[in-house]
Every structure is written in structure tokens, then in C-alpha cells.
Ligand binder design. Structure first.
Ligand code: NI
Length: 254
């Protein structure tokens, strides 16, 4: 059994065949899907799917791209959505210095506000990072012991992994690990302690190598598990069991 710990199947890319996508996930031993919100609309969409399907859980949060839209009203909506019984984490939140779609000071402000909410509600968080470890890690280190969560789609090197582990965070490994030139991600997948590893698709993006260029979907999380197992010289079942257990502990309600 596998859990896809990061999927965006609420998006319109799945409107035409969402039920078939869910069926393929089930047939591919994907027991649970965590659907991630990244603004108001996609957070509402995630909650709506979680309401409809027992195997789906949701997160709500504001992506750094849209940090400028985290108005007091938007924040109030997130706070209300967070109390929904199937919302098990906040995010994705974080910093994105690759695309810089919101000014960096605003990104930081929105990130800190959501971290405050996570502390207050004692909820785990989903971190998005792009070229911003140098700023994200000190922010998380300052709150060490008061927050927990996952650095999703981890693309740092082994040294950054160790720093993230020291803060108590989990490491999310996605489809990039299957790309031939992804040496850093492969080294991290090999070295991350078994009790800190999560697997994810980040679908519809980051499709594993065997279908690269096509739309990604939760059924393909097994391809991530397979590559991780190969790198760790273990079985795909071991990776499935460990990552399922880790997910259940981190997101205690799930
Ligand atoms: Ni995502």
C-alpha cells in the first residue's frame, strides 16, 4: 500500500476523468491521497473532495506565489477551513525565490502568519521551497519543537537534508527522484532515515520518468516508491509500509 502525500487532483486538469483517476489509484494500491490546497479556491476544492471520498484528506494554505493575496479575510477563511475534520495539515506554504511571483518580504510575512496558525492549532505543515532553503531553514529553526511537517518535493542536497531532519521535519520525495540526472535527490532518497521519508506525486506535475511529459496522477506514486526502494536496496513493500506508517504518525488523524 502507498500513500500519495502531495496531490492536486482538485485542479481542472482532472475535471474530465477524476473518478477514473481515483479508480486507477485504488487499483495501484494507493490507499490514501492528501490533496493540497495552495490558495482559497484550491483549498476549498481539496476540502470538497475530502468530503466526498473516504480515502482523501485535505490541506489548506496559501502558496508563496500568492502571498500578496493573504488578506485578513483570506486568513479568516483558512482558519475556519482548518477546523474541518478532514483537514489534517496547513499548506502548502513557504518561499519561492525561483519565480518570485510575490515580493519576498510579503512571502515571508504570509509564511510566518501561517506558521503562527499551525502552532496555535497544533497542526503539521506542508512546506514549499524553491531556491529558498537559506531563508526557510532559519525560519523553521527558530520554531523548532513547536512545529512539525514535511519539506515537500525535497530538492536540496544531503547536508540540507540533515539540517531539515535536525529541526524534526520529514522529507517528501517525488517523481524527480526517477529522473536520470537528479543526483542530489537520489542521494537524499538513499540516506534519509526510514522513519522520516514520505512519497508523493505533486500531480499533475513532476511525472515520473516512465510517463514523463504526460499528466501525473496518484497511481504513479508507486514508480516513486520503486525508485526509492532500488536506491535503498530494499523492497518496494518496505518503502510502502514505512512511508504509510510515517504519514499516519505525522498526520495523526489520518
Ligand atoms: Ni504542490
Amino acid at each position: 500500500m502507498f500513500i500519495d502525500s502531495h496531490a492536486h487532483i482538485q485542479l481542472s486538469q482532472f475535471n474530465r476523468d477524476r473518478n477514473a483517476v481515483l479508480k486507477r489509484a485504488q487499483e495501484s494500491s494507493v490507499s490514501t491521497i492528501l490533496v493540497i490546497g495552495f490558495d482559497i479556491e484550491t483549498s476549498l476544492g481539496a476540502v470538497e473532495l475530502a468530503d466526498k471520498h473516504t480515502q482523501i484528506y485535505a490541506t489548506v494554505g496559501m502558496h508563496p506565489h500568492d502571498a500578496k493575496y493573504l488578506t485578513p479575510d483570506a486568513f479568516k477563511t483558512f482558519r475556519e477551513l482548518a477546523t474541518h475534520p478532514k483537514v489534517i495539515a496547513l499548506g502548502e506554504m513557504g518561499l519561492d525565490y525561483y519565480r518570485d511571483l510575490s515580493p519576498r518580504p510579503l512571502q515571508k510575512e504570509a509564511f510566518e502568519k501561517q506558521l503562527d496558525l499551525a502552532e496555535e492549532l497544533r497542526m503539521p505543515i506542508i512546506i514549499h521551497n524553491r531556491d529558498a532553503y537559506m531563508d526557510i531553514l532559519p525560519i523553521l529553526e527558530a520554531r523548532q519543537g513547536r512545529i512539525r511537517g514535511v519539506l515537500h518535493c525535497f530538492t536540496g542536497d544531503v547536508a540540507l537534508m540533515h539540517r531539515s531532519l535536525a529541526i524534526g521535519f520529514h522529507i517528501g520525495i517525488g517523481g524527480i527522484v526517477t529522473y536520470p540526472n537528479a543526483k542530489d535527490v537520489q542521494a537524499v532518497a538513499q540516506e534519509v532515515p526510514e522513519d522520516r521519508l514520505l512519497i508523493e506525486t505533486d500531480c499533475p506535475w513532476l511525472t515520473p520518468q516512465f510517463r514523463r511529459g504526460k499528466r501525473n496522477e496518484p497511481a504513479y506514486v508507486g514508480a516513486v516508491a520503486e525508485k526509492v526502494a532500488e536506491l535503498r536496496s530494499t523492497s518496494i513493500e518496505t518503502v510502502g509500509e514505512a512511508t504509510t506508517r510515517n504519514f499516519e504518525i505525522l498526520f495523526a488523524q489520518a
